[in-house]
Ligand binder design. Structure first.
Ligand code: GDP
Length: 370
């Protein structure tokens, strides 16, 4: 391995350590493949034998190169966003590179996690508003659930329509469900045998997977950019299920007095410091349904956490995670307090709150989504 072995599929330097990075192959499989003379990284192997793509991720620097490459091409950008972790799935710098030249078609994924009562057009308006704040004006927005895309044909027709003869680049941060979506596209285009036309983005070590379209253009899967502030990076793999929910999130509403605390499993803490009225404050929580929410008094909450973490308050962040940091905020209007990538709490106007999350996770207020 030291001399450097390269994948015959994508050309990436083979490695056995970093599962989610280019060129990965488990050691056991590496030995087998060396005997058979056909060295493919795990990603290309799965693609060739199962027509299935696996996510790879990359760093900011490589990603900027990739965006630059995209901006040189005449292309339709399909921008996949996670509706449940909206801020964690936006790509900084995207408008600067592709903003005015190449059209952007937005797919809001994981719509299955939002309450069924929420109307699609409301969600789309909300998405449009948030994107406008980031300087992005998409040509169109659709909602989907990559895991069970009922509207895949509609989306593919729309892509075909919007691209008018151009290449299509599918971009997204890790965990938005981009691989799941592309796998559905591959499945729906049965008989695509020549699928594995992986190649390099010029000037980078990144591989791309190009799915041939009817007119000789390609639908290109790009590696997902890692956003360090996603909560998914704070937990062990076995606890990812609490951070990447699979089912519709059930709202849980608490009527709180001032100086009460909610623990979100052992992963985050919310203090209602003060409200502007004598009435109780309604706090509606949207987190993975199996994540236990525990109410307690603010005084003594720290001791309570120390005593019950990992048991009553579980799961906890992985041991490599940094300590909890505190943020104090006040709502001006009805707003969501967002624990990036974990969930959010909808609060009325005029309340002062404190949020505690592991250092590196973003906490902020946004216009209420629901
Ligand atoms: P990628 O990193 O963007 O390629 O994301 P993946 O396709 O690997 O998906 C990340 C996680 O989100 C996985 O746990 C998927 O099962 C889950 N996921 C993907 N699409 C959906 C969806 O439409 N709904 C829900 N609830 N989960 C999804």
């Amino acid at each position: 391995l030291k001399e450097g072995l390269y994948c015959i599929g994508c050309g990436a330097l083979m490695q056995v350590d970093q599962k989610n990075e280019a060129g990965y192959l488990p050691m056991s499989a590496m030995q087998k493949q060396l005997e058979s003379d056909q060295l493919l990284c795990q990603r290309c192997f799965r693609l060739r034998h199962y027509n299935e793509i696996q996510p790879v991720s990359l760093t900011d620097d490589d990603f900027m190169k990739l965006l630059h490459q995209v901006s040189e091409d005449k292309a339709l950008i399909v921008y996949v966003l996670d509706l449940f972790d909206f801020s964690g799935s936006t790509i900084p710098g995207l408008p600067r590179f592709v903003g005015d030249k190449n059209p952007i078609y937005v797919l809001g994924n994981k719509v299955d996690l939002l309450p069924k009562s929420l109307k699609d057009h409301k969600i789309k308006d909300w998405v449009r508003g948030r994107l406008k704040e980031e300087g992005i004006r998409p040509v169109d927005i659709d909602l989907t659930s990559a895991a069970h895309p009922a509207n895949l044909d509609l989306i593919l027709d729309k892509i075909d329509d919007l691209r008018s003869g151009r290449d299509v680049y599918v971009v997204g941060t890790t965990n938005v469900g981009k691989s799941t979506l592309i796998n559905q596209i591959i499945k729906s285009k049965t008989g695509v045998q020549e699928l594995i036309t992986t190649s390099r983005f010029p000037g980078t070590t990144l591989d791309q997977i190009a799915i041939p379209l009817d007119d000789g253009q390609n639908l290109i899967d790009t590696p997902g950019i890692i956003k360090a502030d996603q909560y998914a990076h704070q937990v062990d793999d076995k606890n990812l299920k609490y951070v990447l929910p699979k089912n519709e999130i059930k709202a849980r509403t608490y009527q709180l007095n001032d100086e009460q605390t909610l623990f979100i499993g052992g992963l985050a803490r919310f203090d209602l410091v003060a409200s502007s009225s004598d009435q109780k404050t309604s706090a509606t929580c949207y987190f993975e349904n199996n994540l236990n929410i525990h109410r307690t008094k603010m005084a003594g909450a720290s001791d309570f956490y120390d005593k019950h973490q990992g048991e009553l308050l579980a799961p906890v962040p992985k041991k490599e995670a940094k300590g909890f940091v505190k943020t104090e905020l006040k709502t001006k209007t009805e707003a969501d307090l967002v624990f990036a990538g974990l969930g959010f709490i909808t609060l009325p106007a005029g309340v002062t709150i404190r949020a505690y999350v592991p250092e590196g996770v973003s906490v902020f207020l946004r216009k209420a989504m629901i």
